[in-house]
Design a binder for this molecule. Structure first.
Ligand code: MF3
Ligand code: CO
Length: 264
């Protein structure tokens, strides 16, 4: 695992701001009738106009700037021409390179009014990410993060997707260590200041295997249940987790006092 200097974290924070702003552009356009291809174009324009480079496009042959994963699609969906419909949920995952460093972020949005069950899935998945981030403390263990996520998900009666995990991030989009969304507190590598993690719980409504479509990417629950995905890029610091992709996380802002979570 690669530990970054403060100056590198500051560049990563700039990459993260571009990435978050691009996702916010997409978010404002999520509405019944819009296509994910249109959302992809908005995201690409937003990244490029801010001086960034889409990180996903061309990565292992991925064809687009965003992953757009509706309903039972867990991750890595391709943007396409099917309009979003009222009641859908849509996971948008986005990555940006800026001055040689990457940022990675995802959120699942409701399209118009959605079922109470869908709302709850989004809420629980987001809360599991926050719980994981709170455990991303220097001197702690990676398993603390994983276990905190799993606890929130399973306490709500949902299923942690096992087939995909979070990751270290920096000059490479995927660096070590892997960050599973399940595990045991007090186990795994020690979290050192300067380590940057993409923490990204993927949660299904019930126990489900994940199957990959013929396109080699689109990953869906085999039983068709809904899945959600929330992700932040988080730096471990002496002063607590620095959520680079959160709003208000600008480079001029210092992390909060030890143990706090800045910008979650
Ligand atoms: N956040 C996802 C990941 O870390 C998105 C990757 S999309 C890809 O795996 F195209 F870049 F693979
Ligand atoms: Co990621």
């Amino acid at each position: 695992m690669i530990v970054k200097r403060r100056s590198e974290l500051e560049v990563m924070a700039e990459a993260a701001v571009i990435n978050r702003e691009a996702l916010e552009v997409v978010e404002r356009a999520v509405t019944p009738g819009v296509t994910t291809r249109e959302l992809n174009a908005l995201a690409e324009d937003a990244i490029l106009s801010r001086g960034g480079k889409p990180a996903f496009k061309g990565y292992n042959g991925f064809p687009a700037t965003i992953c757009a994963s509706p309903n039972e699609v867990v991750v890595h969906g391709f943007p396409d021409d099917r309009p979003l419909a009222e009641g859908d949920i849509i996971s948008i995952d986005i990555g940006t390179f800026y001055r040689g460093y990457a940022a990675d972020m995802a959120r699942t949005y409701p399209v118009g009014n959605v079922s109470v069950d869908a709302e709850r899935l989004l809420d629980v998945t987001q809360r599991s990410l926050t719980a994981g981030i709170e455990r991303a403390q220097a001197g702690g263990r990676l398993g603390d993060v994983s276990a905190a996520i799993q606890d929130v998900v399973e306490a709500a009666g949902y299923w942690v997707v096992r087939e995909f995990v979070g990751h270290g991030i920096g000059r490479d989009f995927h660096e070590g260590p892997e960050v599973p969304n399940f595990g045991r507190a007090g186990t795994g590598p020690v979290l050192r200041p300067g380590l940057v993690l993409a923490i990204e719980p993927m949660v299904a409504q019930r126990r489900a295997r994940v199957v990959i479509a013929d396109d080699g990417w689109t990953a869906s629950t085999e039983n068709g249940c809904l899945a959600a995905h929330f992700e932040h890029t988080v730096a471990i610091t002496e002063d607590g987790p620095w959520v680079l992709t959160a709003s208000g996380s600008g480079t001029n802002v210092m992390p909060t006092a030890r143990g706090g979570v800045h910008g979650a």
